[in-house]
Write a protein that binds this ligand. Structure first.
Ligand code: NCD
Ligand code: ZN
Length: 360
């Protein structure tokens, strides 16, 4: 009999549950079932839907759609655009962060006009997180904007809460390390695909290995792991970005991979291999996301895992609607056995019960 470990309900601050507008890929029900099966009891959904979450109407209709249909708790991020700046004061209290897309990716929210970016950075309330999708050089620009518009009165750096999504490059880690050393309020997240896959896997995976930012070199990956251990990286998020098999296999494959159900087994495997401590796993997936995004407490909520079970990740056993994973066939050690949300059993290792989730 192997020992069962109890973890707090995990928090994923970066998911794309695709509702409204792209429910062929995922919806609030399937996406939050996937979250629960993966040990996540709180998720924050991104704004890059076909009709983007960039005005109060889109935000409230998204919230209404989620109401009564979610298996875990869900909160939302607002999208930055030229037209959405006017709504910042009105919506800030209803969301957990602002997402600023500074590189091209799925959706229609790329921001390339410097003047608009300056407006966004200077207008978003300082007590709320401003998240950037900023790859490589673009991250230099994001950091310099955060420094310039950190504080309206004094232009002192660090008063704006900058959060860097899905770091993947050695260069990005160096920039974030330097900014942290200067005392900037900066945090960052890494996605499991960048920790467990690299550029050499793309040949084998085809478009299932294609996401933004792309898989990088072994050297970059080693730097990411060091940053996970030394605390430069604050959060592991899934960047759960499902697309249908057809969308991945078409002429112009879409970027993004699902991750809600594979993140915890992969991290537990790293714990089993002695690459990561269990304390650090809890910081990266619960304590830090909760603190950085000021998330509410979930009473009597926990996850039981068997850290010693060895098995093969199997795309056929997933709750995500997309039905595939880039980790299909990978051997992992550590399985979610039970999830309890506010005293309710919501997962018994096989079946999901509910929906008992709340819109937060
Ligand atoms: C995401 C998606 O499909 O919504 N794709 C991705 O490759 N990560 C968007 C994003 O987070 O960049
Ligand atoms: Zn994303």
């Amino acid at each position: 009999m192997s020992k069962i470990i109890t973890l707090p309900g995990l928090i994923d601050t970066h998911v794309h549950l695709r509702e409204p507008g792209a429910t062929q890929k995922e919806d609030f029900q399937t996406g939050t079932k996937a979250a629960i099966a993966g040990g996540f009891t709180q998720v924050l959904d991104m704004p890059n839907n076909p009709i983007a979450t960039i005005n109060p109407e889109a935000l409230s209709s998204k919230k209404k759609l989620a109401e009564g249909r979610v298996y875990c708790d869900i909160g939302f991020h607002f999208g930055a655009s030229e037209s959405s700046v006017q709504y910042f004061p009105q919506v800030a209290e209803q969301v957990f962060g602002l997402k600023v897309y500074m590189n091209q990716t799925t959706g229609d929210l790329l921001m390339s006009d410097d003047q608009v970016l300056e407006k966004v950075f200077s207008s978003w309330p300082k007590e709320k997180v401003l998240m950037v999708h900023a790859e490589g050089e673009t991250l230099e620009k994001a950091i310099s904007l955060a420094k310039r518009f950190g504080n309206k009165q004094s232009l002192r750096s660090g008063d704006l809460k900058l959060h860097v999504c899905h770091v993947s490059l050695k260069r990005e880690i160096e920039l974030i390390k330097a900014a942290k050393a200067e005392g900037m309020k900066i945090s960052c997240e890494v996605a499991c695909h960048h920790l467990f896959l690299k550029d050499t896997d793309v040949e084998r995976l085809g478009s299932y290995g294609m996401m933004k930012p792309p898989l990088e070199s072994k050297e970059d990956q080693e730097v990411l792991w060091q940053a996970v251990i030394d605390g430069t990286i604050d959060i592991v998020a899934s960047d759960h970005a499902p697309h249908t098999r057809e969308e991945k296999m078409g002429e112009k494959p879409m970027f993004g991979v699902p991750g809600l159900e594979t993140t915890l087994p992969l991290l537990l495997t790293a714990v089993n291999d002695g690459r990561l401590s269990l304390d650090r796993l809890i910081e990266l997936t619960h304590t830090n996301p909760k603190r950085i995004f000021s998330l509410p407490e979930q009473e009597n909520t926990f996850v039981e895992v068997d850290p010693a079970i060895r098995y093969t990740l199997n795309a056929e056993r997933l709750f995500t609607k997309c039905g595939w994973t880039p980790f299909n066939g990978m051997e992992v050690t550590g399985r979610v056995k039970k999830v309890v949300l506010r005293e309710q059993l919501v997962y018994d290792g096989q079946n999901i019960f509910g929906p008992y989730g709340k819109v937060i």
